[in-house]
Design a protein around this ligand. Structure first.
Ligand SMILES: NC(=O)c1ccc[n+]([C@@H]2O[C@H](COP(=O)([O-])OP(=O)(O)OC[C@H]3O[C@@H](n4cnc5c(N)ncnc54)[C@H](O)[C@@H]3O)[C@@H](O)[C@H]2O)c1
Length: 253
């Protein structure tokens, strides 16, 4: 049995993580932590955890915890991942793993040689239809990839986060939805190396809530990505165009 500790007891924990954990027999929640006592107590009760902390450092030094899920706002990810690794824990970290490339490199350095796993939550990379599409691309059926189109429609209001960390202009939709888009690109081709065009707008929030990007990967594939927080019906649609065929998928199905 894997003994998990959860740091951050907000919406992603109650809406997604607890549901997924409930479907896996091999995982039990040993401890939870949140700066907010009421949210911590709520998730402790729902998960059946034995211990709850309002100081995440206490969870990281709890010897009964083997793996830590870091579900806090992004600005705490880097330091919490590194502290968890130093405490000898495996890590599952919500996206984005860190707020800078340098932050990711510091995590890599802290992990180096430890034998501990650090898994960023790029959940769409594990969607069954994406696995199927990747198999088709690898088989050569649609030929060399020319273009990838991605559209992430979300509705922040109906999602209902517990805190307002997304309302910072410098991060906004960029750190919220772009990591998902990039993780899907990398399932098919090399990483994005340049942004050719960018157009951001504030439609219903005080920060950028609608973003379109034209990018190019290091393999020369053109990527057209758009994402927003203002759609009525959430969907994450992807199309992969090759020299001799095209694949379409909805990664939320
Ligand atoms: N993979 C996905 O599809 C997906 C979906 C939604 C959110 N997320 C990610 O999950 C993370 C959390 O988002 P959310 O929507 O749950 O936010 P939220 O505002 O609903 O919850 C954040 C929680 O973290 C707590 N917190 C803040 N600082 C803390 C700290 N230092 N230590 C412990 N707890 C702390 C807050 O009190 C709050 O309960 C973000 O990184 C977000 O990008 C991922």
């Amino acid at each position: 049995m894997i003994r998990l500790g959860i740091v951050g007891c907000g919406k992603v924990t109650t809406m997604f993580h607890l549901k997924a954990i409930g479907e896996v027999d091999e995982v039990t929640v040993a401890a939870v932590a949140d700066l907010d006592k009421a949210r911590m107590e709520d998730v402790k009760r729902k998960s059946g955890a034995e211990r709850g902390y309002t100081d995440p450092k206490e969870l990281l030094s709890d010897p009964s915890v083997e793996v830590v899920a870091i579900n806090t706002p992004p600005r705490f990810h880097e330091e919490t991942v590194i502290e968890a690794l130093r405490a000898g824990k495996h890590v599952l970290c919500e996206k984005p793993l860190a707020q800078s490339v340098e932050g990711c490199a510091r995590i890599k350095e802290a992990q180096g040689g430890s034998g501990l796993v650090v898994l960023p939550v790029h959940n769409y990379a594990f969607t069954p239809c994406l696995e199927t599409a990747r198999g088709i691309v690898v088989s050569g059926e649609i030929g060399k990839i020319q273009r990838i189109g991605l559209r992430f429609d979300n509705n922040l209001w109906s999602y209902g986060p517990k805190t307002d960390f997304r309302m910072k202009e410098e991060f906004s939709i960029v750190e919220d939805l772009l990591p998902h888009v990039l993780s899907v690109v990398q399932a098919f081709t090399g990483p994005v190396r340049s942004v050719e065009e960018a157009r951001g707008r504030r439609k219903r929030h005080d920060v950028m809530d609608d973003l379109s990007l034209v990018m190019e990967t290091e393999d020369g594939v053109r990527v057209e990505g758009s994402m927003n927080w203002t759609s009525l019906i959430p969907a994450f649609k992807a199309s992969v165009e090759g020299e001799s065929g095209r694949l379409e998928m909805d990664l939320m199905k």
